[in-house]
Design a protein around this ligand. Structure first.
Ligand SMILES: [Ca+2]
Ligand SMILES: [Ca+2]
Length: 202
């Protein structure tokens, strides 16, 4: 697994043997044609915080069958995702993203299947609930493992990167019934971190 440290991606194609890549959490955009022709690429995680995906960024990545777009992405250019080298749709391609974002708009305009993600802080494995099963994949991800998680959900403290702090927050969400945790993080934080409505805060 390659690790990319710089902001922005400048592969500019020529990566036919690349299967997966860990992108820097500081990544701001994926440049035009960055992964064009990476025909072996099977999975990639766009980091939370990335804003633009430029034209033909993933064109011809025919082994890639789905991609998850964080809600920070506000612009996706022509042929960026889910397209063959000839600008046709890759059969069965799915874009996972959040409703009302550039991801949904791009999918709609290009006739690509879109599955809406629900923002649930802590639900890293997108099972629909926050449990101990969400802690391990976050820790594995921090350790550099290629584990598929929803980075928007996993970045519980909202600082744009995954760290031990997020894993700890998830453990605290699980224990939210404990009043001591509520006091520790204060009413407002409790509401934000847990995503749970606390009547006493209103
Ligand atoms: Ca879960
Ligand atoms: Ca974080």
């Amino acid at each position: 697994m390659a690790k990319y440290e710089k902001v922005g991606i400048i592969f500019n194609g020529g990566c036919s043997s690349l299967k997966s890549i860990k992108l820097s959490p500081d990544l701001e955009y994926i440049s035009g044609h960055a992964f064009e022709g990476c025909t072996s690429l099977t999975s990639i995680t766009i980091p939370e915080g990335a804003t633009y995906i430029y034209n033909s960024a993933f064109a011809g990545c025919v082994s890639l069958k789905s991609i998850t777009i964080p809600k920070t992405v506000t612009k996706i250019e022509n042929n960026a995702i889910g397209k063959t080298a000839d600008s046709a749709n890759i059969e069965g391609f799915i874009i996972y993203g959040y409703k009302g974002t550039a991801a949904e708009q791009y999918a709609k305009e290009n006739g690509i299947k879109f599955i809406a993600l629900k923002y649930t802080p802590g639900d890293a494995d997108t099972s629909g609930e926050v449990t101990v099963d969400d802690v391990l994949p976050i820790r594995q991800n921090i350790a550099g493992w290629d584990v598929k998680i929803d980075e928007t959900n996993a970045d519980v403290d909202g600082d744009g990167e995954l760290s031990v702090s997020d894993a700890l927050f998830v453990q605290q969400i699980i224990r939210l019934e404990d009043n001591a945790v509520r006091r520790l993080y204060g009413c407002r934080s409790f509401y934000n971190v847990g995503g749970v409505k606390n009547e006493r805060c209103q």
